[in-house]
Design a protein around this ligand. Sequence first.
Ligand SMILES: C[S@@+](CC[C@H](N)C(=O)[O-])C[C@H]1O[C@@H](n2cnc3c(N)ncnc32)[C@H](O)[C@@H]1O
Length: 200
Amino acid sequence: MGDEISTQAPSLGNLLGELLDHGAAEAVLFAVLLLSALSILYYTVRTGVPPMPSHPSARQAIFRLIPENFAPATIYELGCGWGGIAFALAARYPQARVVALELSPVPWLVCQVRRLVQRRPNLEIRRKDFMKTDLSDGDLVFCYLMVTPMRGLERKLIGDLRPGSVVITSTFAFPDWTAETVETVPEATSAQIYRYRVPG
Ligand SMILES: C[S@@+](CC[C@H](N)C(=O)[O-])C[C@H]1O[C@@H](n2cnc3c(N)ncnc32)[C@H](O)[C@@H]1O
C-alpha cells in the first residue's frame, strides 16, 4: 500500500503548527518587531519627538485646564502617539470632531487597531505632519512634544487659529507666547501644563 495523498486543505491550526515547527513564525515575529523598532527610531529622529505617552497625572491636569463650559466644535491633537489622549478627548466631547494627527506609522497603526475595539465615531486619526496641516478650524489644540518644534508651531498656531481658540501644551512651553494658566504636576516629575489663548 502506497502513501495516500490527502485531498483536504490544511487547517489554519495545522499551518501555524507547521510554521512553528520550522521556526518561521518566530522569524516573522522577529522581523515585524525589528522593523517596528527601526520605524519608531527613524521617525523619532525625523520629528525630534519620541512617541512617549503622557503620564496619567499629566493627562488629568490637561483635562482640568480645559475651560469649563467650553464647547469646542473641532479639536486637534498634534502628535497623538498611541492615542491615549485622543480617545479620551473624543469620549469627553462626543459633539466635537476630534482630529488626531500622527506621523510615525507604528503608533498610528496602533491607534487604528485600537479604534476597532474602542469605537469613537467622532475621532479621526490621520497619518499626517501637523506642520503641513491646515488647523484653522481648531477651537482646542493639544500637544506634548519637545523643545525644538515649539517655536515653529507657535508661529503656525498664531497664524492658523481664530482669536479665542485654546491651546494646551504639556511640559514644553512656547518661547514667546505667554500662557494664561500654568499647572505643575508633581507626580509627573513636576511637568508643567500650559494653557494659551489666541489673542484677539
Ligand atoms: C511625546 S508623544 C505624545 C503622545 C500623546 N500626545 C500623549 O500626550 O500621550 C509626541 C508624538 O508626536 C509625534 N509627532 C512629532 N512631530 C510630528 C509632526 N510634525 N506631525 C505629526 N506627528 C508628530 C511623534 O511621532 C510622537 O508620537
